[in-house]
Design a protein around this ligand. Sequence first.
Ligand code: NAD
Ligand code: UDP
Ligand code: UDP
Length: 344
Amino acid sequence: CPDPRSQPLDVLARWRAAHAPNRSAARRRVLVTGGAGFIGSHLVDRLMQLGHEVIVVDSLFTGRKEYLAPWLGNLRFEFIRHDVTEPIVLEVDQIYHLACPASPVHYKYNAIKTIKTNVIGTLNMLGLAKRIGARLLLASTSEVYGDPLQHPQTEDYWGNVNPIGVRSCYDEGKRVAETLCFDYHRQHHVDIRIARIFNTYGPRMIENDGRVVSNFVAQALRGEHLTVYGDGQQTRSFCYVNDLVDGLVRLMNTDDITGPINLGNPTEFSMLQLAHCVREKIPQCAGIRFLPPTPDDPSKRQPDIACARQLLGWEPQVPLSQGLDWMVEEFRARGIGDKQSGAD
Ligand code: NAD
Ligand code: UDP
Ligand code: UDP
């Protein structure tokens, strides 16, 4: 497993981490950027349940304050509406840096804003981490591998990414974010963790965010056709959100490891297989409609998680069929599909 840590943490950072006023290891003060989003809000639930103090910084571009409703009013919780492309001064022990739209529909909506979020937003969080000696975990992505020429993808694969395509604001943005993390680590001894997250699904996905699992489940519940882009032979590996959160928390709290570490479910499915699985669960689904492929769509994606197994003792527990059942239940509870359109 790659562990390119070349510099020890500086003495001051270690001293600060061990002697932060007002807080202990059992009750850390943790910043979650993007904490009102899909993955962030599940992470916040976990951190609050563990007894930590949690500060969420989120612009609410794609996030929803409702996801944080159980914690609003709790003295250990604070929500700050703020855009990470602007500096912010806080005192925390750990930073989970998730702020960035993740769905292609959302990140292409304002591509320049997306790359600013990845580059300037990450720079600001690293500047903050440097000033206060906090540990920073970057939510990077399997998209750094682009349309991979190596399969499955190991962390030492450098990727095959189009630098000028419609997905580049996200892919290249995350690649620069990783570069910044390592430069702050080597130059300023910032304590970093990089998680390369593969496709994640579960409750609270936005029903019209364009991602394949949420699209299929919402379409099926509405009695519509499932839209398969291209021939449906392209593959992805889907990780249930609770498994992913478990991996993020383990990575953050493991000493002497920077990553990058792949976090994802290694079981690979084609989009047609996923469509059939959703159709079996939701009988009112109208069938499958094939649409043209989207540009730069990776044809294969599957994580090699040997490093996560070895270094974090982590691997996903929830099979796709089980996770889909929980997700369908939550979509139904939100009223999605209550008024079946019958046609689309
Ligand atoms: P999401 O869109 O649901 O959440 C992102 C959150 O960041 C939202 O709450 C949004 O309002 C906030 N945000 C966006 N730009 C911001 C800005 N400039 N300042 C402050 N807040 C901002 O996405 P998600 O699926 O929860 O993804 C979270 C992170 O995980 C992202 O960094 C994403 O790149 C990464 N990731 C997600 C997946 C996945 O399958 N969901 C896969 C790989 C990586
Ligand atoms: N920054 C921040 N909060 C802090 C410290 C820094 O938002 O508590 C921002 C700062 O405004 C700058 C970025 O992080 O834009 C990088 O900070 P650094 O100190 O590394 O660089 P410099 O300010 O010297 O350019
Ligand atoms: N996809 C699809 N139908 C949809 C939405 C997506 O066939 O309604 C395909 C998409 O072309 C891609 C795969 O599903 O090949 C995963 O897409 P998603 O946007 O969920 O994730 P990403 O491309 O970022 O991995």
